[in-house]
Design a protein around this ligand. Sequence first.
Ligand code: FAD
Length: 274
Amino acid sequence: MKPAPFEYRRPGTLAEAVEALAGEPNAKVLAGGQSLVPLLSMRLAAPALLVDINEIPGLDTIEIEDGGVRVGALARHAAVLASDDVRRVQPLVPMALSHVAHATIRNRGTTVGSLVHADAAAEMPVVLTLLGGSLEVEGPAGRRTIPAAELFVGPLESSVGHDEVAVSAYFPGLAPGAGVAFEEIARRHGDYALVGAAALVEGESVRVGYLSVSDVPSVVDLTGVADADLGEAALAQLEPMDDIHATAAYRAQLVRVLTGRVVRSARDFAEGAR
Ligand code: FAD
C-alpha cells in the first residue's frame, strides 16, 4: 500500500523542527524510518506532516558522559553497536543491540527512535529501564529529561509529547565488579523476541528486565532469591500477556527458562570482571 498524502519538511536546525511540530498537532518526527515508514505504508499511521530530522547537525553523536553513554537522536543502531567506547562503558547496550533486527535495518534505524517508538517487543526500552537511564527531549517549553521509569506508558506509547523532539538517550555505565547479560528467544535471529531478558547484578543486588512479556518493559528485583527459585520468583512479579505471537503460558515458560540463564550469565560476567 501507499501512504496517505502528507506534507514533508526537512528542517536544518532543532529549533525549526520544534517549530514545525508545534504548528501541526498531527505531525510525526522521521528519524531512521524503519518503524514509521512501514506504519505509513500500511496506513496504520497517517500524519498530516512529517518532520525529517536527518539534516540537523550534531544529533549523530555517541559520547561518554559521567561514566555513562549519551547517544544522539541520529546515531544509528549500527554505529552504537560498533562503538568500542559503548562496549567498554556499558556492555549491555551492544549485547542487546546485536538482537535488534538485521544489519540493513540497524544501518538506518536509530536507537533513540526505538525508545520513542516504545515497542514492547523492542530490546532498547528494557535496557534503558533496567539501567535507570533517561531520554532528553526538546519542545516549545525548552529541554527536559524523562527518566526511563516515566517514558514507557503503553503499547507503542511513550511520554514524549507530540511537539517534542528526542535529542539523546543516556545509558548509565556499568559499576566496577557488576555484571550484565542479555538473552532472548525469537523464531529467527533478528525477529522481534517472543520473550527477552536483560540482567544486572551489582554486589548482592539482582534485577532482571523483560521485553515482550507485557505492554511496557518490566523490571523485577530478584535479590536474595535462591538460584532454583529465580524463574518462579520473577513470574510472581509479572503478568505475561497473550497475543498472536505466543500464549501467556508459553511466555511464562520462557520467563522461567531465561531468568535463570540470564542471571547466571550476568554473574559469570561479574566474576570475570573482578
Ligand atoms: P522511525 O521509524 O523514524 O520513527 C519511529 C517512531 O519514533 C515514530 O513515531 C517517530 O515519530 C518517532 N521518533 C523517532 N525518532 C524520534 C525523535 N528523535 N524524536 C521524536 N520522535 C521520534 N526493533 C527492535 O527493537 N527489535 C527488533 O528485533 C526489530 N526488528 C525489526 C525488523 C524489521 C523488519 C523492521 C523494519 C524494523 C525492526 N525494528 C526492530 C525496528 C527498528 O529498530 C527501528 O529502527 C526503530 O524501532 C525505530 O527507529 P527509527 O530511527 O527507524 O525511527
